[in-house]
Design a protein around this ligand. Structure first.
Ligand SMILES: Nc1nc2c(c(=O)[nH]1)N[C@H]1C(S)=C(S)[C@@H](COP(=O)(O)O)O[C@H]1N2
Ligand SMILES: [Mo]
Length: 172
């Protein structure tokens, strides 16, 4: 049985909304690609593409000030100032020639090159959104469900660990 490929939607304050598959990301020019992200961000695996050229394919409207990252899979959302993130993030879409697994945050995961510790700023570890499904450009800060305190943060990580233990790749 074949299923349709995963799609990353780019919309909001753009010239033209786009739906990009991992194959579309892979097809972007070589100088935008980041093969083996571990060379740039130690401890991370896979191949990715820089965020800016992906957003520029949709055409960034001058009024766009914030980027909101949506993960429909677990209803997780992060909204950060566009200028702070646009040249600091990579979208990972492949690992060892295969689609990035859900257990690694796939099929598409964003990572920030030099994140701060969780809750120590806008571009923190918590903003490394897994199962990225939509990039929304907005004028003002949008939806952000990052944890606010230690208890919330711990609960979120427990949910993530439980999900991973269940086998994140099952579609049940
Ligand atoms: N979709 C989604 N992305 C997410 C989360 C989440 O719960 N859902 N947790 C965030 C938080 S709080 C952290 S600290 C990092 C943890 O990912 P890592 O273990 O790969 O660093 O993922 C972030 N990305
Ligand atoms: Mo976090």
């Amino acid at each position: 049985m074949s299923s349709s490929p995963p799609v990353l939607r780019i919309d909001g304050l753009v010239d033209q909304a786009l739906d990009l598959t991992p194959a579309d990301l892979e097809a972007l020019p070589a100088d935008h690609q980041v093969p083996d992200v571990s060379r740039l961000v130690p401890g991370r695996k896979g191949d990715g593409v820089r965020l800016r050229p992906v957003l520029e394919r949709a055409g960034i409207a001058p009024s766009a000030n914030y980027l909101t990252l949506h993960a429909d899979r677990d209803d997780f959302h992060v909204s950060v100032p566009l200028e702070s993130v646009i040249d600091q993030a990579i979208l990972i879409y492949r690992h060892e020639g295969k689609p990035l697994e859900v257990s690694a945050g796939g099929p598409i995961r964003m990572i920030i090159q030099d994140p701060t510790a969780c809750r120590a700023g806008e571009l923190d570890d918590c903003a490394n959104v897994k199962y990225l499904s939509r990039l929304e450009l907005e004028e003002r800060k949008g939806r952000d469900t990052r944890p606010h305190d230690d208890a919330e943060h711990e609960a979120l990580h427990a949910r993530q660990a439980a999900e991973a233990a269940r086998g994140g790749d099952s579609h049940a």
